[in-house]
Design a protein around this ligand. Structure first.
Ligand code: 1HN
Length: 348
């Protein structure tokens, strides 16, 4: 053991480090901030720019080689490892007619929000789940999934995953399906057909563990119906307009343990009040044009664009159009923060 030289603090600090120790008094300010400061920055991705990149590689990178042909939306503040906000990922996946993306599973939870194309399905744990634009498809952690394109058009969807959180927690597992793609073992779209009716839950399934996802697909036709039936007859939230959370029908809570998915409609002329929340979120514009203002800076979005708002940044949403509404799909890490007692918000 080295003896400490009592005359020189510098030497003792060096010795402290050699002994695997550190002085809290030199770290306290960095470790305990007055309020959160995100490494991620607010950011907007324009869909036509991303689509062009996706189509370039659709023409020259085989699905066998790529496994998943996904253009990752990388936050300028989170490049290594790449993520979109602190705990969440967004990517655009392109699948071409005739292609099959092989089956695999991972502990990360995932969903797809369909942007364009038809004739495509994902097999999730043996159930073929068909997708059309505006549909929300769930693949909960550790469910096998492979994608199949039997239609004629380019298909592009938004992939959302919580792998940045899973990896941060060092709980990532990944496995390839032995036979490439799964043979169907369940009736097509059965989970959606059994569960989508909202207030009519299938009694014979009660008692079954609510693991995985009870609904494979939240079809756009149902989502649109909800928005249309409220229309302009409710003001909704002063911050978000008319906003619905996609619910797990067993629990009434979020569709995935770490991710809440929402759909909102900003009526023409809507100007949302500002708010700030510890949750980070990512939004995809289903239709319309408008602005998200974050920390006083305007980001103007249009159809299919994606924007990220990291936690604890003050933001507000607006739709300046006098005649067109705007519809936005978004997902956030609010359930993960709530589970840990860390969700806070400040309403302007
Ligand atoms: C993944 O497995 C899929 O299965 C999509 O379609 C996007 C992004 C990162 C890691 C795994 C998919 C992904 C992904």
């Amino acid at each position: 053991m080295t003896t400490i030289n009592a005359d020189s603090d510098d030497q003792v600090y060096e010795e402290m480090s050699r002994r695997g120790a550190a002085p809290l008094w030199r770290h306290l300010g960095n470790l305990f901030l007055d309020e959160p400061k995100s490494a991620a920055v607010p950011h907007l991705w324009k869909y036509p720019e991303l689509r062009e990149l996706a189509l370039h590689f659709a023409g020259r990178l085989s699905i066998e080689e790529a496994q998943r042909r996904v253009i990752m939306l990388v936050n300028p503040g989170l490049q290594d490892p790449p993520a979109t906000v602190n705990t969440l990922f967004a990517g655009l996946q392109v699948l071409m007619p005739g292609e099959q993306a092989p089956a695999h599973r991972h502990t990360a939870n995932a969903f797809r929000f369909i942007i364009e194309g038809s004739g495509v399905y994902t097999t999730v744990d043996g159930e073929r789940v068909h997708m059309n634009p505006g549909d929300l498809l769930l693949t909960a952690g550790w469910q096998w999934h492979d994608h199949h394109h039997e239609g004629d058009d380019v298909t592009i969807w938004l992939d959302g995953l919580d792998y940045p959180l899973v990896n941060m927690l060092e709980c990532g597992f990944f496995e390839l399906f032995p036979d490439g793609v799964q043979a169907p073992t369940e009736p097509d779209d059965i989970s959606t057909r059994q569960m989508i009716h909202g207030r009519l839950n299938p009694v014979w399934m009660n008692g079954r563990p609510a693991a995985g996802r009870p609904i494979g697909n939240y079809p756009w036709a149902e989502t649109e119906k909800a928005l249309a039936s409220v229309a302009d007859n409710a003001d909704g939230s002063a911050h978000d307009g008319v906003i619905f959370e996609y619910a797990n029908p067993w629990t009434g809570g979020a569709v995935l343990p770490t991710i809440s998915c929402r759909i909102q409609r900003l009526r023409p002329g809507f100007a949302g009040k500002p708010r700030q929340q510890t949750a980070s979120f990512i939004s995809h514009v289903v239709r319309g044009e408008g602005t998200v203002t974050v920390d006083g800076r305007d980001y103007d979005w249009g159809r299919n664009d994606v924007f990220a708002v990291p936690g604890w940044h003050e933001y507000s949403l607006s739709n300046a159009s006098a005649s067109q509404d705007a519809v936005i799909f978004s997902y956030s890490n609010e359930p993960a923060l709530r589970a840990l007692g860390l969700y806070r918000e400040q309403l302007g």
